[in-house]
Design a protein around this ligand. Structure first.
Ligand code: MN
Length: 205
């Protein structure tokens, strides 16, 4: 069984007060689980896809049978994107100028504040439901901030995710209602910069 729906890697209340316990519970146990279940349903008649890691499936969307491609894009993407999102969230891990990702961000964006402004603006201006990402582009070897619609995944366009913010309303509506900007501002308190560093070092290898 390659594909597994796993527990949240920390307590539902671990990100309080920035993301509340009730939101985390619904987000992980209901929304994330629903993507996983629908993904498993989509691939049920394709044993080879049960053995192929989700990352590789998302990198190779063009190889999928046409009849399951939309469902795997949406639900496989939702399955992977949320696992990724949980992995980069943690309180009290400040941005470190001297880390490799810190230096690369400063080189690319000028300083942390300018990076924060561009990332926030990307998340704020995304129309409808989707994600904003900091990615490492495999071809140009550069950092980029990108938006994806719905549950589309950067892996499908040859970009390696380093950081993500989920801007679907289900991520923030209980606590912040329509105040997406406030959620984005508070999100900067829960970025696990040590994990982002690990992902960056791995991506460049
Ligand atoms: Mn979500």
């Amino acid at each position: 069984m390659t594909h597994q729906f796993t527990e949240l890697p920390y307590g539902y209340d671990s990100l309080e007060p920035y993301i509340d316990e009730a939101t985390m519970k619904i987000h992980h146990d209901k929304h994330h689980k629903a993507y996983f279940d629908k993904f498993m349903t989509a691939i049920k008649d394709y044993p080879e896809l049960h053995k192929k890691p989700i990352e590789n499936i998302l990198k190779d969307l063009s190889k999928l049978p046409e009849n399951i491609k939309p469902s795997v894009t949406n639900n496989g993407g939702g399955f992977y994107n949320h696992d990724f999102f949980w992995s980069i969230l943690k309180k009290n891990i400040p941005f470190n100028n001297a880390s490799e990702i810190g230096e690369a961000i400063i080189k690319k964006f000028g300083n942390f504040e300018d990076f924060k402004e561009q990332f926030s603006n990307s998340a704020l201006t995304l129309f409808g439901s989707g994600w904003s990402w900091l990615v490492y582009d495999e071809k140009t070897k550069k950092l980029e901030i990108i938006q994806t619609k719905n549950q589309d995944c950067p892996l499908s366009i040859e970009k390696i995710p380093l950081l993500a913010i989920d801007v679907w309303e289900h991520t923030y509506y209980l606590k912040y209602q329509n105040r997406r900007a406030e959620y984005i501002e508070e999100f900067f308190n829960i970025i696990n910069w040590e994990k982002v560093e690990e992902l960056f070092v791995e991506a460049r290898d």
